[in-house]
Design a protein around this ligand. Structure first.
Ligand code: SAM
Length: 281
């Protein structure tokens, strides 16, 4: 630890309901020299709600590198700094990683004030296994890249957790049905902790249809939790991918996928989706 340095506090803030802030978060945000915020105007509202007047500096994806020297210098000079994002836990699909890494590299203590996180909140109400899960953040925005990313996860047996924008929730669910099939259980956790909080748990195919049919289900902020692959399908898929990649050295991808499916018992559709830019329907 660098003698005399301040502490970098990584502070979670509410994901919708302003009451969901810990008394420790209020105490830390109220006494640090600087609050580094993703959006200073947004965080100013939160701080003023609690009657705090912290000195705010902006720290987001596009200026984090430029802000680093100043923030590290303040920390090394003995000032405490708090890092907050617009909502939830910083660094979870949010900025802050470079600052936290730089603090460690400068032997500055980094401490957490834990609190809300949409992924964990969604998991806790999803009714889908939580003993092991894979947090995937946001999938790619374009359908072809999204399908490839989903295909790479088709054999994953852990529960899958995704963040998704309301603008793409219906196309994301449609692609998930296409790649993962209609039968896995899935939960759409929307507007958590807010007025229109909705938790809809259905087989993936039915969830996709329900969201496509009801524009209200495409409003607000969403987390999608999807059951992992059944172990008996995960094995053949992994083996199928290995065989397909070998065969692709000798033949066209579609033929390789067909043969690998025959050899291993893996789903041909799932194998085909693993081929980048495949557009077979
Ligand atoms: N750092 C945040 C956290 O700890 O959850 C996540 C930030 S990420 C930029 C924002 C995404 O989180 C949203 O697009 C949505 O997928 C999810 N999210 C945030 N708040 C939510 C809420 N109240 N209900 C459902 N999803 C939410």
């Amino acid at each position: 630890m660098t003698a005399g340095s301040g502490t970098l506090w990584v502070v979670a803030t509410p994901i919708g309901n302003l009451a969901d802030i810990s008394s420790r978060a209020v105490e830390v945000l109220g006494r640090v020299a600087v609050v580094a915020a993703e959006d200073t105007r947004h965080s100013a509202q939160l701080l003023s709600h609690y009657g705090m007047r912290a000195s705010l500096v902006s720290c987001h994806d596009h200026n984090e590198t430029e802000q680093l020297p100043m923030l590290i210098a303040r920390l090394l000079a003995g000032d405490d700094v708090a890092l907050v994002s617009d909502a939830g836990t910083p660094l979870v699909s949010d900025p802050g990683f470079r600052l936290v890494r730089a603090a460690h590299e400068n032997a500055i203590p980094v401490r957490t004030v834990p609190g809300p996180c949409a992924a964990i909140a969604a998991l806790s109400v999803a009714g889908i296994a939580t003993d092991r899960f894979a947090f995937e953040g946001f999938l790619p925005q374009k359908s072809a890249a999204r399908i490839s990313a989903l295909a790479a996860l088709a054999g994953e047996t852990r529960t899958l957790v995704f963040y998704e924008s309301r603008h793409r929730i219906d196309s994301m669910l449609a692609d998930a049905v296409r790649v993962l099939g209609p039968d896995r259980l899935a939960t759409l956790a929307r507007e958590l902790t807010k007025l229109h909080e909705t938790v809809m748990r259905l087989p993936l195919g039915e969830l996709s249809v329900a969201v496509a049919a009801d524009s209200n289900q495409r409003l607000g902020e969403c987390v999608v939790v999807i059951e992992g692959a059944a172990p008996e399908t995960a094995g053949p898929l992994r083996e199928g991918e290995r065989v397909m990649r070998l065969l692709m050295r000798e033949m066209a991808p579609s033929r390789a996928a067909r043969m690998a499916a025959e050899i291993t018992g893996a789903s041909r559709r799932a194998l085909y989706d693993l081929i980048p830019d495949s557009d077979e329907t």
